[in-house]
Design a protein around this ligand. Structure first.
Ligand SMILES: Nc1ncnc2c1ncn2[C@@H]1O[C@H](COP(=O)(O)OP(=O)(O)OP(=O)(O)O)[C@@H](O)[C@H]1O
Length: 696
């Protein structure tokens, strides 16, 4: 069975299904399955997994069992692991479980160790009568992964021409040796010796120039591709919808991005070599055959053995390489998360615990490396043995031929020179073939970014100024994944232009979800949202966000000055407008009192601002863009009552639609309308007159 590694931290169940389906001949890929069964950040439970498996035409039998009864299970099956994870049990042999873990790859665990992880629940899967083996893996095309690259064909053609010239030079070099030995040395011709050596020097000079030119062009091509491809990919990544980022770990996204470099390196260096090496290998092979078919036969056998060796080591090395990438990404994510969350870790004195876990993750990576190195050691030693024996055999058979007079010494030397070229090229070609196959690993990893559907662009040309800042939700329902409870159910709500609405409700009742839907960060599972009377789907999320200024609960400032943050790093920022926004957010005085004023630097993590100051800077950022709709999710919760009153009163005077999520009575009291949510629906919608505003 082939291990399938999960891309999102919560899709272990899906990865197990892909593995088992593959075992029974239905070859799926994780990405298509992820689209088919949406999974929320909370992961999959057993009931959902059973439903997914049934829709893939499997009959399922969930059971509870003791570890000793493992051998009786119908294998491969899925085991519930560590309370939050699923793994595939492939076989049980000599008291050891052979597992395929979507988080780390193949593992073998003694029963005693497995007992610490196994929760006692297993899921047997067997294909039912409607099950049909099929190849449903999506094919990944390079162009889709990297996007377009301008000037690629011309650059490749130039490099190819130079490389071809180099090969001609390389083919002529052994001839010089033969002239020297058989011509000049045998007949003691001093002049011929000088001419041959001078000819050789000229060849070396040409080789030097061509090599420099090719190397330089290769470098430039690599650099251009690096810029274009990574630019294309990063721009695609940034256009992906919000849930994509929510479900992934930072280290994993970074590691996937780096797969692009691996692909680029193999392609720029390899693509040309494949063609050229193939050509030169054939020519050298022809030359060798002319010299001696018997010696050529020996060389061919050695090469065939090398190929067998390469193929035998391919799959273990590919698996090891993939597992290493995944383990390293996990370690990296953990490292980054630790740094980001250092404050609570210090407060709860859990840094040493964190350190120990991180060291275990590093040890996992190291162990994987050692295992790979052991494999490589065996491979290179066998390789050296094959070619060493080949050399000895050639020396013996070639030597005998020279003694018998069927081959001259010069010819033998020339043959050996051609042979080194041939085996060098042919083994490189085989290696490259393996590397290109290995690219599938990187391509699959990259596909997780490149083939993910980005947020839709706007389908219509709209003058945003003419859109009325009015939001209407028609029978909107939303849940984070299939099978999960509905967060919002058949919710209808109209927020008129210029209205000031407070959305209230118990914690977890779906207020932030409603906001994210209105901002186009999430798409309704059912129903429709209209902005200014235009369906949000038609308008596109970017257009909506151009209309709206928002401060979310988990909002962040970026590293830079306060002015840059308020102006969202607008290169043509207007200082007056920045100050005006800061005044409206009641932060101007505080900023002006800072020694460096608006140029005060804000660090990425500890922002150097108090909680209330940070909230007001975020509010100023939302106001700087002069939004038509202002959406605030607990955006004034850290402010003292006086400051909040100041801010809210300033906002009341501004001509825009205001939507506020709040828990505090003081914040709500400024709204003109109160919408109360409960169990995903509007349970109360009241308009507040001046008096009721104060007493709300
Ligand atoms: N990404 C997610 N995946 C799965 N479930 C989620 C996700 N985000 C929120 N939920 C769930 O959806 C429900 C509504 O969450 P939401 O954040 O909208 O509540 P809220 O009313 O804004 O709460 P609060 O007032 O505490 O901020 C909660 O039960 C929450 O657990």
């Amino acid at each position: 069975m082939e291990a399938v590694l999960q891309a999102e931290s919560q899709e272990c169940g899906l990865a197990c299904l892909v593995m088992i389906a593959g075992y029974h001949g239905l070859h799926l890929d994780l990405m298509s399955l992820r689209r088919r069964f949406s999974i929320s950040i909370k992961g999959t439970n057993l009931a959902q997994l059973v439903r997914y498996a049934q829709s893939l035409d499997f009959s399922c039998r969930p059971l509870r069992l003791e570890l000793e009864d493992m051998a009786k299970l119908r294998l491969p099956c899925i085991l519930h692991w560590d309370m939050t994870h699923f793994v595939v049990l492939e076989t049980v042999r000599r008291g050891r479980l052979h597992l395929l873990d979507p988080a780390s790859g193949r593992r073998v665990l003694p029963l005693a160790e497995a007992s610490r992880h196994f929760t006692g629940v297993a899921l047997e899967l067997s294909p039912n009568v409607t099950f049909r083996p099929a190849q449903q893996k999506a094919r990944i095309r390079l162009r889709e992964l990297t996007g377009r690259a301008i000037g690629l064909k011309r650059a490749l053609a130039n490099i190819f021409a130079l490389a071809l010239a180099l090969e001609v030079v390389a083919l002529l070099a052994p001839q010089v040796t033969q002239w020297v030995v058989d011509g000049a040395l045998v007949s003691a011709d001093h002049d011929l010796l000088l001419i041959a050596v001078l000819g050789g020097c000229l060849l070396m000079l040409i080789d030097f120039v061509l090599r420099m030119a090719r190397g330089w062009m290769g470098l430039r091509l690599n650099q251009q591709l690096a810029l274009q491809w990574s630019g294309n990919l990063f721009s695609h990544l940034l256009r992906l919808p919000w849930p994509y980022f929510e479900k992934r770990q930072l280290g994993d996204i970074t590691a996937r991005f780096q797969s692009l470099t691996a692909i680029r390196n193999v392609l720029t260096n390899g693509a040309i070599m494949v063609v050229l090496d193939g050509l030169v290998t054939l020519i050298t092979l022809g030359m060798m055959l002319l010299y001696s078919p018997v010696l050529t036969g020996i060389v061919a056998i050695a090469l065939a053995l090398y190929m067998v060796l390469r193929v035998a080591f391919y799959q273990p090395l590919r698996n090891a390489s993939e597992e290493r990438i995944v383990l390293a990404a996990r370690e990296n994510s953990y490292f980054l998360e630790t740094i980001r969350a250092v404050l609570p870790l210090k407060l709860f004195n859990t840094t040493s615990l964190r350190l120990a876990t991180w060291q275990n993750l590093v040890a996992d990576v190291q162990n994987r490396d050692v295992a790979t190195q052991k494999m490589l050691l065996a491979f290179t030693s066998l390789n050296t043995l094959i070619f060493g024996l080949e050399g000895m055999l050639l020396l013996y058979v070639g030597g005998m031929a020279v003694l018998d007079g069927t081959l001259s010494l010069g010819m033998l030397l020339a043959f050996i020179a051609y042979k080194s070229q041939f085996t060098g090229r042919a083994s490189q070609l085989i290696d490259l073939g393996v590397e290109i196959r290995m690219l599938s690993l990187h391509a699959e990893r990259l596909a997780d970014i490149a083939l993910e559907t980005p947020e839709p662009d706007s389908h219509m040309e709209t003058d945003l100024e003419r859109i009325e800042p009015r939001i209407e939700l028609r029978d909107v329902s939303y849940r984070y994944a299939e099978g999960e409870p509905w967060v919002l159910r058949n919710l209808s709500l109209v927020i008129e232009a210029g209205d000031s609405v407070a959305i209230v409700g118990r914690s977890g009742c779906g207020k932030s979800t409603l906001f994210k839907l209105m901002l186009g960060l999430l798409t309704p599972t059912e129903g429709e949202i209209l902005v200014g009377g235009i369906p949000a789907r038609q308008l596109g999320p970017q257009a909506i966000r151009n209309l709206v200024g928002a401060v979310m609960q988990e909002d962040q400032l970026l590293a830079g000055s306060l002015a840059e943050n308020i102006a969202s790093f607008d290169p043509e920022a207007d200082q007056q407008r920045i100050e005006e926004a800061a005044r409206q957010a009641n932060i101007h005085k505080a900023v002006a009192n800072m020694p460096m004023g608006y140029q005060t630097l804000v660090a990425e993590m500890g922002s150097g601002l108090s909680g209330g100051q940070k909230q007001r800077v975020l509010l100023a950022r939302a106001l700087y863009k002069r939004p038509r709709i202002l959406a605030l999710d607990e955006a004034t919760s850290h402010l003292d009552l006086h400051s909040e009153q100041h801010v809210v009163q300033a906002l009341q005077r501004m001509p825009m639609t205001r939507i506020t999520i709040a828990h505090r009575r003081e914040t709500i009291s400024f709204a003109r309308r109160l919408v109360c949510l409960d169990k995903g629906a509007v349970v109360e919608d009241v308009r507040l007159d001046e008096e009721r505003q104060v007493s709300a």
